[in-house]
Design a protein around this ligand. Structure first.
Ligand SMILES: [Zn+2]
Length: 273
């Protein structure tokens, strides 16, 4: 029996075009296929991970990922920024979101933990392990590897556009609307433990003499015993957060208690992250 070749028309919206080669961006695209294919597989065949997609319309009707595309379908694919905060494809990300980071994102992991976010990070995990942790613990998978986001297990994920770790931090805060969830000085940058207040006498043996003289507010990680204080990075980080708040002013929740908190930074007893 002769195979019937089907053809569909696909329109990727807004930042989904970041995943396409330059000549295909912001243009109506066509795809031919012989066998039945789900709209999820069709979208990923263009290089767009399913985690980047929040809404799909086929001939102006909302469909799910398992919709089997038909000849002459007109498929419009929307990212988060075009979906008004609601997804027709998956449950919402929990608030505040918890993250799992790809192995090359150690600096981003430290920055996000410094801002108080729950970040699972190891520098020795394989793709299958990362996908599994993301699914099992309902963590948002952050990566620069589109292939990793195509794992079927991954429900919530995000492909980082930026390469600089501070710009990536701002990108994550912006993408997930996290400015009101920032809780500086609450989480260990090294191991993700939740910091506890510590009296100076309890931690004095870990402190350089100058720090013991000049500071009184200390926190300690119960997991790895690292000690933190509002040190030399304080002003720099405070300035960074306030500048970011201004740039994201329109999305900041002014009623949040987090807004009232004073920003601070941490300094490690041992190596800087
Ligand atoms: Zn720790």
């Amino acid at each position: 029996m002769a195979s019937v070749q089907n053809r569909v028309h696909v329109y990727f919206q807004a930042e989904l075009n970041d995943h396409l080669p330059p000549e295909q961006r912001y243009a109506p695209l066509e795809k031919s296929f012989l066998v039945p294919v789900s709209v999820k597989d069709l979208i990923e065949s263009f290089g767009v991970p399913h985690t980047e997609v929040e809404r799909i319309l086929v001939n102006n009707e909302v469909v799910g990922f398992d919709y089997l595309v038909r000849n002459d379908d007109r498929i419009a694919v929307y990212p988060a920024s075009q979906s008004a905060g609601t997804s027709t494809l998956r449950s919402p990300v929990q608030r505040p979101p918890r993250f799992v980071l790809d192995v090359h994102l150690g600096k981003l992991a430290a920055h996000l933990r410094m801002l108080g976010f729950d970040v699972f990070y190891r520098n020795c995990l394989g793709d299958a392990e990362l996908a599994n942790i993301s699914a099992k613990e309902k963590r948002v998978l952050l990566t620069r590897d589109r292939g990793l986001l195509k794992h079927s297990q991954v429900v919530h994920g995000y492909w980082l556009r930026e390469t600089d770790s501070w710009q990536q931090t701002a990108e994550v805060l912006r993408r997930f609307g996290l400015m009101s969830d920032i809780r500086p000085f609450t989480r260990c940058m090294a191991c993700n433990g939740i910091l506890q207040k510590a009296a100076k006498e309890q931690v004095r043996r870990f402190l350089p003499p100058r720090v013991a003289e000049q500071h009184d507010d200390f926190r300690q990680c119960p997991e790895c015993r690292r000690v933190y204080w509002k040190g030399t990075h304080h002003q720099r980080m405070e300035h960074w957060i306030s500048e970011l708040r201004v740039s994201l002013e329109s999305t900041v929740d002014q009623s949040s208690e987090a807004q009232k908190q004073q920003s601070c930074s941490q300094e490690q007893v041992s190596a800087e992250l």
